[in-house]
Design a binder for this molecule. Structure first.
Ligand SMILES: [Zn+2]
Length: 489
C-alpha cells in the first residue's frame, strides 16, 4: 500500500568527487564542505563522521576507481540485476553510485535542492523515484494480484540487431519512453483469475500462441530459459500480458488462453506524477541535474518488479577481485509485479509499432531504433545521432561514424564511435569487444537470441514450457486466424 508522501526532514548530502590512483586518497564535497583526504586514517575518520551526522553519501566515480584510491579490502560493491546498487565501506557506510550522472557537484546540486524543496529525502534513485510518485498521490493506492503469478509475464525490453554495414542511418530514440508510457496508460489496481478465457483489456494469461513465420519483426518475446529470450515464430506455451497477446493476433497469429487473470479498476495512476512532478522539474533543471531527474524517473517502473540477482564483489587488492554471488528473490512484491510487466509490454508495443513504421530498421534496443528515416518520426521519437556509416554486429554492439568523423572540419572528430555491451577503455579493446558475440547475460531477462522457429530454439536451450493440459492438442486449423490489424504491416 502506498500513501501520499509525508515530507521527511532533509538528510544532508556529500559527494566523493575525486579519486586519486594508487591509494592516494579521495576528495569529498557537499554540505559538509570540501575535504581533501590522502591518508586512510583521514578517509575512515571523515566517512564515519559523515555517517554519524546522518549524511547521505554518493560517489561520482565508479567502483574500480574507489577501490584503487583507498584500501581495496575495505570495499564491497553490491550489484542488483547487473547494476551497481550501492557500495559498502568498512562494513558500515553505504555509498550510492552517481558516476553515470555527474562528476561535478555544482552542476548536479539543483537536483538535490529540488528534492529538498519537495520533502524527498536523498537516497538510492529507486527509493527517491518511489517517493516522487507518492508525492503525486491524493490518497492511498494499493495493488493486488490475487494469484501472484504476474511476474511470470515479465520480459525485458526489445533488443535485436541485423548484422551488416550500412550508410546514412539515423538513430531515433523514444523520449522518456518509460515515464511517458506510464503516464499515458491506465493500470489495474487488482488482478483476479476469471473463467472468461479471452484477451482482456489488462492483466495476463497462461496461453499457447502460434506466431506466423515470415514476418519482418515478430511480435512478442518468448522465453528460452533463465538466460535467454527470443522474438521467434511458431508455437509456444507461456505467460504473457494481454498487451503482448493482442499483438500475436495483430500479426495474423493465433492465441489459445488456458488461464486468464483479468485486471480490474484501471486508473491512470502515474499521470499526475508525470504531469505535475516530473515534467515541471525536467523543465526547470538542466545539465547533470536534469540527467539525475531523468535517471530517477526511469527507475520508477522497476520498483514494482520482483526478484533478481544480488551480487557482491570484494577485493584481495585493487587488482584482484573476488566475487561472491547469491540470488535473492524478493517475495514481498509478487502482488504488484504485474505493474512492471505491463509497463515493459507497453513500451515494447510502442517499439513494435515503430519497427513497422520506419524505413529499413536494422537495430533496436529498448527505446531506440537505427533506421534510414532522416527526420524525427514524431510521437515521441526523435533523431539523436546521424550516422554516416554504421556497422551493426549484435545486440548492443555497433560502431558508427558521425558526419564529422575523418572529415577535416573544426572541431575535428576523432571517431569512429562505439556502442558496446562490454565497456572498453581504448579503440583496440573496443574493436575486440565489437566482434565478441558473447553478451553479458542480464540476470533478470537473459540475452536475446536471433529469431528462429520456437520449437527448434527450445530444443537447443532445453527450455521446458509451463505445462497445461490441452496445450499439446490444439487444433490450430479449427481456429480463426487473427484478423485485427492495428498496425500497418
Ligand atoms: Zn565522429
Amino acid at each position: 500500500m502506498y500513501s501520499p508522501l509525508e515530507p521527511k526532514p532533509w538528510k544532508p548530502v556529500q559527494f566523493i568527487c575525486t579519486t586519486y590512483p594508487n591509494g592516494e586518497g579521495i576528495v569529498t564535497n557537499g554540505e559538509a564542505g570540501y575535504h581533501d583526504l590522502d591518508s586512510l586514517a583521514e578517509i575512515i575518520g571523515h566517512l564515519f563522521d559523515l555517517k554519524d551526522k546522518g549524511f547521505v553519501i554518493y560517489s561520482m566515480y565508479g567502483g574500480s576507481l574507489l577501490v584503487d584510491a583507498t584500501a581495496s579490502k575495505l570495499w564491497e560493491i553490491h550489484y542488483w540485476n547487473g547494476r551497481v546498487s550501492h557500495y559498502i565501506f568498512a562494513g558500515k557506510i553505504t555509498i550510492y553510485p552517481m558516476s553515470g550522472i555527474s562528476q561535478n557537484v555544482e552542476s548536479v546540486w539543483p537536483f538535490f535542492t529540488w528534492l529538498r524543496e519537495n520533502g524527498i529525502q536523498a537516497g538510492s534513485f529507486t527509493s527517491m523515484a518511489a517517493r516522487t510518485w507518492q508525492l503525486s498521490l491524493n490518497g492511498t493506492v494499493s495493488f493486488f494480484d490475487e494469484a501472484g503469478q504476474g511476474r511470470n509475464a515479465l520480459y525485458g525490453s526489445r533488443k535485436e540487431a541485423i548484422r551488416g554495414k550500412y550508410r546514412w542511418m539515423y538513430y531515433q530514440d523514444l523520449r522518456a519512453a518509460f515515464p511517458s508510457t506510464m503516464a499515458n496508460n491506465s493500470f489495474p489496481r487488482r488482478v483476479k483469475e476469471t473463467n472468461r478465457l479471452q484477451i482482456h483489456e489488462s492483466g495476463y494469461a497462461l496461453a499457447t500462441v502460434n506466431i506466423p513465420s515470415g514476418l519482418d519483426w515478430n511480435p512478442i518475446p518468448c522465453r528460452l530459459g533463465k538466460r535467454a529470450v527470443t522474438y521467434g515464430f511458431g508455437q509456444q506455451t507461456d505467460w504473457w500480458t494481454f498487451e503482448d497477446l493482442r499483438h500475436v493476433l495483430d500479426f495474423g497469429g493465433q492465441v489459445v488462453i488456458h488461464r486468464a487473470f483479468k485486471g480490474y479498476n484501471p486508473q491512470p495512476i502515474f499521470r499526475d506524477w508525470y504531469d505535475y512532478i516530473i515534467t515541471p522539474a525536467r523543465m526547470s533543471l538542466e545539465g547533470d541535474a536534469q540527467l539525475a531527474l531523468k535517471t530517477l524517473a526511469n527507475r520508477l517502473w522497476s520498483s514494482f518488479a520482483v526478484g533478481g540477482t544480488n551480487k557482491v564483489a570484494r577485493f584481495e587488492d585493487s587488482k584482484r577481485k573476488r566475487i561472491v554471488e547469491k540470488t535473492t528473490e524478493l517475495r514481498g512484491m509478487r502482488y504488484e509485479s504485474y505493474i512492471a510487466c505491463q509497463v515493459l509490454a507497453l513500451v515494447r508495443s510502442r517499439v513494435l509499432e515503430a519497427l513497422y513504421t520506419v524505413k529499413d530498421p536494422v537495430y533496436v534496443d529498448t527505446d531506440a531504433i537505427i533506421c534510414s528515416n532522416r527526420d524525427d518520426l514524431g510521437n515521441g521519437w526523435r533523431v539523436k545521432k546521424r550516422m554516416a556509416t554504421v556497422e551493426v554486429h549484435s545486440c548492443q554492439n555497433y560502431k558508427w561514424e558521425c558526419p564529422r568523423c575523418g572529415v577535416y572540419t573544426s572541431p575535428l572528430c576523432n571517431g569512429p564511435h562505439y556502442s558496446l555491451a562490454m565497456p572498453a577503455s581504448n579503440r583496440f579493446e573496443a574493436e575486440i569487444a565489437l566482434g565478441h558475440i558473447e553478451m553479458p547475460v542480464n540476470p533478470l531477462f537473459g540475452i536475446t537470441v536471433n529469431p528462429d522457429d520456437l520449437t527448434t530454439l527450445r530444443g537447443k536451450f532445453g527450455y521446458k514450457q509451463p505445462v497445461h493440459p490441452g496445450a499439446d492438442s490444439i487444433d490450430w486449423g479449427s481456429l480463426r486466424e487473427g484478423t485485427q490489424q492495428r498496425f500497418t504491416v
